[in-house]
Design a protein around this ligand. Structure first.
Ligand code: C5P
Length: 301
């Protein structure tokens, strides 16, 4: 169901695609401080990769363009190691694997990089150790690692409520092309949520109940007129580049819809096709060499 490729040396590789919040409405706050949300999650095709290999010397190797930032974090503090330890604990066994994380997505960028990596480790070890766990078992472990981790187990569009743990599988009208842009500035999720408390956008009171129009035109109209990212104002107060990126994205040819994802700072635009997205990405890469720009496809199901 969740893919993955076995190699002759006994290793197993999975994709950990980027997660986008097509909208994110904060609907309240629990007594423990966590915020309740209603959000439409969708996933790209490409992202980080996680490779699990048998080893009597467990460990983590990080490669890829964003490896340097993460290598500063000790293994125990890395969400990938935490995920492996949580799975091993529940399975009652030692971590007898070496994990290689190819970090292609920017760190602390609102597109679920760390959460997607942790989810890939849970899915990967479930296959690698032949645990045969169901989704619920994996979701319970995932939630101990972060609010977005359960959703990242699915890698397909979801309507998500609660603090991230109430998950409903949905479909997009089609597979949209997408351009992702990050200003190359990491933004702390807790910092954005605490800034949110002080902003006037609090109290967005919709109850969409997973209402997602099935018609393409109606869907884009719905996104444009009925949705927002409640955290945008708070993220902009911490990272002003968010507003510049959104201004630039909205002006690009053939753009259907632009939004900030998660707690920022990555913003994205939807297009009819990946080819349209790639044309825009190629131009932005030249015009804004300091920004991280990527073109991809959002999976419809
Ligand atoms: O769960 P995760 O580690 O991603 O959350 C990081 C922080 O973001 C939490 O400690 C909390 O301050 C905030 N948060 C929140 N409500 C959510 C998700 C995260 O307040 N639904």
């Amino acid at each position: 169901m969740h893919g993955g490729t076995w190699y002759l040396d006994g290793s197993f590789k999975l994709h950990a695609p980027a997660k986008l919040n097509l909208f994110l409405h904060v609907t309240g706050q629990r007594r423990d401080g966590y915020h309740t949300l209603e959000s439409l999650f969708a996933f790209t095709q490409v992202g980080d990769t996680v490779t699990i290999a048998p080893s009597n010397k467990p460990g983590l190797t990080i490669t890829g363009p964003f490896a340097r930032e993460l290598n500063a974090v000790t293994c125990e503090d890395n969400l990938v190691c935490k995920a492996a330890q949580a799975v091993a604990l529940k399975a009652g066994r030692d971590v007898d694997v070496h994990i290689t994380l190819e970090k292609n997505l920017p760190i602390a960028s609102g597109i679920g990089g760390g959460s997607a990596d942790a989810a890939a480790v849970i899915l990967g070890l479930n296959s690698f150790w032949q645990l045969n766990w169901d989704m619920l078992t994996m979701e319970v472990i995932a939630l101990t690692l972060g609010a977005d981790v359960p959703a990242c187990l699915y890698k397909s569009p979801l309507y998500v409520t609660g603090v991230g743990e109430v998950i409903q599988v949905v479909e997009l009208p089609k597979s949209y092309g997408v351009v992702l842009v990050n200003p190359s500035v990491g933004v702390s999720t807790p910092a954005v949520f605490s800034a949110y408390k002080n902003t006037s956008s609090a109290g967005f009171d919709t109850e969409l109940n997973a209402y997602i129009p099935r018609d393409d035109t109606a869907f884009i109209d719905f996104l444009l007129t009925k949705t927002q990212n409640s955290l945008q104002e708070a993220a902009q107060s911490i990272c002003p580049a968010v507003s510049s990126i959104l201004d630039v994205l909205k002006k690009q040819p053939k753009t259907l819809f632009s939004q900030m994802s998660g707690s920022g700072a990555t913003c994205f635009s939807l297009f009819d096709t990946q080819a349209d997205a790639e044309k825009v990405a190629d131009v932005l890469k030249v015009q804004y060499p300091d920004w991280w720009v990527a073109a991809d496809t959002l999976q419809a199901r």
